[in-house]
Structure formats: structure tokens, C-alpha cells
Unconditional design. Structure first.
Length: 91
């Protein structure tokens, strides 16, 4: 059991469970597993979550860029529609 692990009241920790530092155990755990995070999750899932969080700033930049492109295209389409409707009105 790593340092600063928190365990909710009245829980039994099964045999051969490893808890990484600062793991927060909120419910029953499966035996023979390594757990990380708060709330605690199996090691592999925890590593995937950590990697995902580290990618968030890059993903946010990509979403903002795509939103700007979408806004520009929407404005262009609206301008094209206005031009075509005014040409039809003139005819």
C-alpha cells in the first residue's frame, strides 16, 4: 500500500491487492490487482486515463481550430445564399 491511500469505511481489501500512492478506495476491489487513482481503478485503466488527460490541451486546440473553420465556412455559405437569393429577386 502506497502513501496517502484512503479507504472508505467498512471495506475489506482482498488478498494480493496493491494500492498505488494516493489511491482512493470507494468500493470493493478484485483480488490480485493493482489499483491507482481516486476513485481507484485498475492499473491499466488508470494509465489510459492519465495519458488521456495529458492529451487534453492539444485536443482543445484542435477543437478550437475546427470551430473557427466551421464558423468561417458557415459564414461563407450564408453569404453565398444571400447572393443567390438577391440575384433571383433581381431576375
Amino acid at each position: 500500500m502506497g502513501g496517502q491511500v484512503g479507504i472508505k469505511d467498512h471495506l475489506d481489501i482482498p488478498d494480493n491487492v496493491q494500492l498505488a500512492a494516493q489511491a482512493g478506495v470507494m468500493g470493493q476491489l478484485e483480488p490480485n490487482q493493482v489499483y491507482v487513482g481516486t476513485p481507484s481503478v485498475p492499473f491499466r485503466q488508470g494509465m489510459i486515463e492519465i495519458a488521456s488527460v495529458q492529451r487534453l490541451p492539444k485536443l482543445l486546440k484542435q477543437v478550437k481550430k475546427l470551430q473557427r473553420q466551421l464558423d468561417e465556412l458557415t459564414a461563407e455559405m450564408a453569404a453565398d445564399e444571400d447572393d443567390s437569393s438577391s440575384q433571383q429577386d433581381a431576375a
